[in-house]
Design a protein around this ligand. Structure first.
Ligand code: DC
Length: 433
């Protein structure tokens, strides 16, 4: 999987400079998407194509060849074989590029090119719409901003260094017009992605901005590494089975010393089932797993796996990590695989501890999977205070068949309610036998 850093924001916020430094620091391929629009603009100017000559523009797009190359550590922009790195920063190009990049056909063509340039690589892309349109699932999204006057001042100094002749007032007006234009675009308008980190660079040095973004990238890389470790399903081996059996006996004995465990109801000896239980304590999942003769693959929130011993136990017992705040397709697939293999799956539909007590809406995942796989749900009630040496009851109910809800996606809430009502029943009363 490639790693994508999106650096968006208006002109003069330092995107280019910061992106260059970060690309070297983190060994990311630097893709300046603004340069692609500038190339189209330059090609149009060279051929005398006007903004409203759509047929000619389309033909130009069909034959244009834009490349970004690194030579002696410097980025070079190549248009149809010619090095145009400097030319694309000329006044004429700068004045027209925003309008050119507003043309739908140009945008679609350049976005396709930009995505192709990034294919299979770890990249850092600077632009306006990277985090919102080109790569909406980018790993890191940064939106750089700064006051208009500060941005114009920076661009003026930058141009002076590069020998580009444009007055401060011209630059200020150009940036202002471009900002307005870029924000109004039909596709890929300049806006902040909802999950982007906004950094106002008005009073910051480049070094400070680089340091801040570096911190964000490093953290993301660390998280991804952790995630990969968490999500890596460990193969079942004879040794793993043996260790699991030993650990189960040891932990069960410890559990029995701490609590008087009482189990009522029947657990089917074979076949796939989803055990849906209430969640009152961190130790209730352990009770279900340890006091079941069969292996229960429990669905657990992924942050639990960041603790060393829990990480190890989670993998030993084939727990399935789940991201809590989103539809976790990967976790769902693993759950369905467990059911397909005829195994037991354990889920807390409350999603969080004491969800029922807090009147929280139960999650539909269990009902969805039961309906999708045709597997029955065993409603389970855990009862107890979990004070040392107190009683802990595990009450298994009759399996619930939800197959009559097949193809009724809109009735998932109803199906979940049926399960939750049963769970509640087994939770509230202490069993008599
Ligand atoms: O970053 P820059 O100044 O080189 O960008 C040139 C123009 O291209 C700018 O007016 C906005 C446009 N652009 C865009 O619409 N989408 C991008 N991803 C990058 C640039």
């Amino acid at each position: 999987m490639s790693f994508v850093v999106a650096i968006d924001g208006p002109a003069g916020t330092g995107k280019g400079t910061v992106t260059k430094i970060l690309s070297k620091k983190f060994k990311l391929v630097n893709i300046d998407t603004g340069a692609t629009y500038r190339c189209v603009t330059l090609a149009m100017l060279n051929k005398g194509i006007k903004l409203d000559e759509l047929d000619k523009i389309k033909e130009l797009l069909n034959n244009i060849k834009i490349e970004i190359k690194i030579e002696d550590g410097e980025q070079k922009i190549i248009l149809n074989g010619e090095d145009v790195t400097k030319k694309i920063r000329d006044k004429e190009v700068t004045e027209q590029v925003s309008q050119v990049s507003s043309i739908k056909e140009v945008r679609l063509s350049m976005v396709e090119l930009q995505r192709k340039m990034a294919e299979g690589k770890d990249v850092i892309m600077e632009g306006r719409d990277i985090g919102t349109y080109v790569f909406p699932s980018a790993d890191v999204k940064i939106y750089l901003d700064a006051d208009l006057e500060e941005r114009a001042k920076r661009r003026f100094n930058q141009n002076k260094e590069k020998g580009i002749n444009m007055s401060y007032v011209d630059i200020l007006n150009n940036i202002k017009t471009r900002d307005e234009n870029d924000k109004k675009k039909e596709i890929g308008a300049l806006k902040v992605a909802h999950d982007a980190e906004v950094i106002d660079t008005t009073t910051m040095s480049i070094k400070q901005v680089v340091r801040e973004i570096s911190g964000i990238i490093k953290k993301k890389k660390k998280d991804i590494k952790m995630q990969e470790k968490i999500y890596k399903a460990r193969k079942e081996t004879g040794w793993k089975k043996f260790v699991r059996a030993v650990v189960k006996v040891v932990l069960r004995t410890a559990y029995r010393i701490a609590y008087r465990v009482k189990i009522t109801g029947e657990m089917p000896k074979e076949g796939a089932y989803i055990i849906c239980s209430n969640h009152i304590n961190y130790l209730d999942a352990a009770a279900i797993v340890l006091f079941n003769k069969r292996k229960v693959n429990f669905v657990a929130k992924e942050d639990l796996f960041t603790h060393g011993i829990l990480f190890w136990l989670g993998h030993l017992f084939d727990a399935i990590p789940i991201k809590r705040d989103m539809q976790d397709i990967e976790a769902m697939k693993r759950c369905l695989k467990v059911l397909k293999n005829g195994e037991l799956l354990g889920i807390f539909p409350e999603g969080t501890r004491k969800g029922m007590e807090k009147n929280m809406k139960a999650k539909n995942g269990a009902a969805y999977m039961a309906i999708k796989s045709g597997v029955k749900i065993i409603p389970t009630g855990i009862h107890g205070t979990f004070k040392p040496f107190s009683k802990v009851y595990i009450n298994y109910g009759e399996p619930i068949d939800l197959s009559n809800y097949k193809n009724q996606k809109d009735k998932l809430d109803e199906a979940t309610d049926i399960v939750m009502t049963k769970i509640k029943e087994f939770t509230e009363k202490e069993p008599t036998n």
